[in-house]
Write a protein that binds this ligand. Structure first.
Ligand code: SF4
Ligand code: SF4
Length: 302
């Protein structure tokens, strides 16, 4: 019985575009409490599934940043960044865990996916890299050769011992020294610039080391939560360009519920870095099909 093929075929049936498998040995650097065997005693394999984002919805974000169509931002929230991909991943992880238990007789444990699930058991980004689906990019998201940064991932832990996939070892996908679009295009300066950052973040997955930018999460949240009118908010909830953790927390408690959708808070009001990152045949998918005027057209637009 080729367990790996069975799992990958099942992932495809459940609507997933990517599926990779890692052994637990690639998680030795996990923070305490987040190693797969601390979550599932006897865990032998970590399965990671991935769903691409729709080109048509990424282009809705382009309309926002290139044509001022902030009214389309909800599409990015519903079908792009937050809701549907996470529901799909949640259902697929659940279905795969059921398959593992019912058909293979092993234990399957699906982990939380996305912001509405209210919990992080381990770093899904690290798991995706360990499972060979891509590499860390300068902006800190995992980029795959197929879809660049425009994919989302879910994780299933299992006691089944499955032959691991090799980690991604192809041509380097992100070259921040030549590109740097994410840092330049960010409307709040949340991502440090490659040529200015003397102390970037580093991490080790398996035997590979990765470097990525320092992310000012509070500045990022100014945009993703739309905390002032300039960034698409209904009011100037926060006036500082460098908000503190406390300011961000306090404002989340009083944000009007009509802006939160199904999530506890909004998180879908930006995604500019993810949309304009050129990895994943970006030119062919978007520029050559006339779906964007290019990152330059969105540089100054919030
Ligand atoms: S926009 Fe450029 S520098 Fe930033 S992650 Fe993508 S490829 Fe790397
Ligand atoms: S989501 Fe927007 S604000 Fe956050 S890092 Fe990306 S471009 Fe910057």
């Amino acid at each position: 019985m080729d367990v790996k093929k069975l799992i990958k075929d099942a992932a495809k049936r459940y609507g997933m575009d990517l599926c990779g498998i890692s052994g637990v040995d690639r998680f030795v650097e996990s923070p305490k409490g987040q190693h797969p065997t601390e979550l599932l005693p006897g865990c032998k394999s970590v399965i990671v599934v991935g769903r691409r984002l729709l080109d048509g919805i990424v282009q809705a974000n382009f309309r926002c940043f290139e044509d001022g169509r902030r009214d389309l931002k909800g599409l990015w929230g519903t079908y792009g960044y937050a809701m549907l991909p996470n529901f799909e991943l949640t259902y697929a992880c659940y279905a795969l865990a059921q398959y593992i238990e019912c058909e293979l007789g092993e234990v399957g444990m699906p982990l939380s996916t996305g912001p509405m699930t209210n919990g992080i058991q381990l770093s899904i980004r690290h798991a995706a890299v360990a499972a060979g689906l891509g590499e860390f990019s300068w902006m800190g998201l995992v980029v795959s050769p197929e879809f660049g940064a425009r994919n989302r991932f879910g994780v299933i832990l299992t006691t089944a011992e499955i032959e691991p996939d090799p980690m991604y070892d192809g041509p380097k996908l992100c070259n921040p020294e030549k590109c740097g679009i994410c840092s330049k295009i960010c409307p709040t300066g949340a991502l440090s610039a490659y040529d200015e950052d003397k102390n970037p973040q580093t991490c080790k997955v398996g035997d590979k080391c990765y470097t990525y930018c320092n992310i000012d999460r509070n500045r990022c949240q100014l945009a993703t939560l739309a905390l002032n009118k300039k960034l698409g908010g209904k009011a100037d909830y926060v006036t500082s360009e460098n908000p503190t953790d406390e300011e961000i927390w306090n404002i989340q408690q009083i944000m009007p519920a009509d802006q939160a959708g199904l999530q506890h808070v909004t998180s879908h009001n930006c995604g500019k870095c993810q949309s304009y990152c050129p990895i994943g045949s970006w030119n062919e998918k978007f520029k050559q099909r006339g779906l964007t005027k290019g990152a330059g057209a969105a540089m100054e637009v919030r």
